[in-house]
Design a protein around this ligand. Sequence first.
Ligand code: PLP
Length: 471
Amino acid sequence: MPSRDDPASLELTRDEMQAMARLAADKVIAHLASLDRQPTRGQLPDQAYLDALREPPPEDAADFAATLDALVDEWVPRSFNTASPGYLAFIPGGGLFPAAVAAFVADATNRYTGLYNAAPALVELEANALDWLRAWMGMPAETRGLLQSGGSLATFAAVIAARERMLGAALREGVAYHSDQAHHCITKALRLAGIFPDRVRVVASDERRRMRLDRLAEAIDADRAAGLRPFLVITTAGTTNTGAVDPLAGAADLCRERGLWHHVDGAYGGFFRLVPELGATLAGMERADSLVLDPHKGLFLPYGVGAVLVRDGEALRAAHAVKAGYLPPVPGEAYSPSDYGPELSREFRGLRLWLPLKFYGAARFRAALREKWQLARFAYEALAAAPDIALDGPPELSLFAFHVRAGSLEADNRATKSLCRRVTAKGRAMITGALVGERFLARICVLSFRTRHQHVADCVADVLAAARELR
Ligand SMILES: *Cc1c(COP(=O)(O)O)cnc(C)c1O
């Protein structure tokens, strides 16, 4: 409780801090222990409930324990249970506990990692963790990068670096290319970077939902012939819709031949490079000019950690670094985060990556990722025998899509949406779908560190049961 006799002081005593931290830790740990018994998709509140949450700014102190109870017992459960082991929807991650502890330590100690000079040792730890990602991805030592809040902002930083390096002032002539399966954050990043929609080409994908390189080459040549400046190709290493991996090596060849920047969106799939068996699937990713990874997906961290790696690190720095009279110059070759992206003040984001990697060691992440890949294959094979289910293709990584066969496209789509709803309503697994072209596909994405064999087996059983009910 903030002391009432000295209202201007916001300081807590040691005992008060200890009590507060203990209460929060106990509450959160009890919540985590109950995850397996909670539905994978909480009952979302109605508008009246939401309206009742709005209140004027509180003038006086509220009771902490009661506030915490309301938060964890009332409001947290009224959401998609993205921390649940049965959460196989969208792209899971789970939220590793050591990363939450890292966030607590970083926020409570509150050191400044926007600028190298203000916390050189901490920035060095963050740079080191980024360099681990670089090494795992097989990129060269000159690569530089940045931890951002997620894949979207990481993509934005990469697009800005590509634009500055490839176009300079010739912004209006620049043309960018991505497939019809690219994540919508690509569209957003291009728009924010000043690339107008009439300079973005959406390249068709093939029957396995991978970018068609013949179409890409034709589009580039046509734009060049029209006097434009093709500058950027964006491929995806694991699409959000179906988990497809674009022909990364072929795209890298084409970009080299024609002098374009090759960006790879590995937000979902990039970390599967840690799994030896999946090296061939992701071959060519290491040749990217820029690569986006989402540690809050593939390394199971809580939301709020995305990473960009740029092969020519100087291109990323040159696109973002600005001097200011009141800031001390960064010494020599030192890595200063605010020189590599749009942020200045920032939390010690790197600790959320560094601490879990130190705590578990890389081998355990490799083993966990390998297991998620195998679980997706298990689910795929289990559904392959079902008469009414049409599989869209085997999982290249840990995600695959399918639809229910019901006679016509419209009937299929209706039945597939209904299947997703029925499975999720049972509460053991949550799955979602995606509209791909005209077809609605259900998806199973295994990526939460909490998802083990039994959870996937339960999901498969619920999908098969729902398909039978729909027959
Ligand atoms: C999640 C995702 C993104 C966007 O990343 P955020 O972290 O949500 O901003 C981009 N591309 C792919 C393939 C993704 O799965």
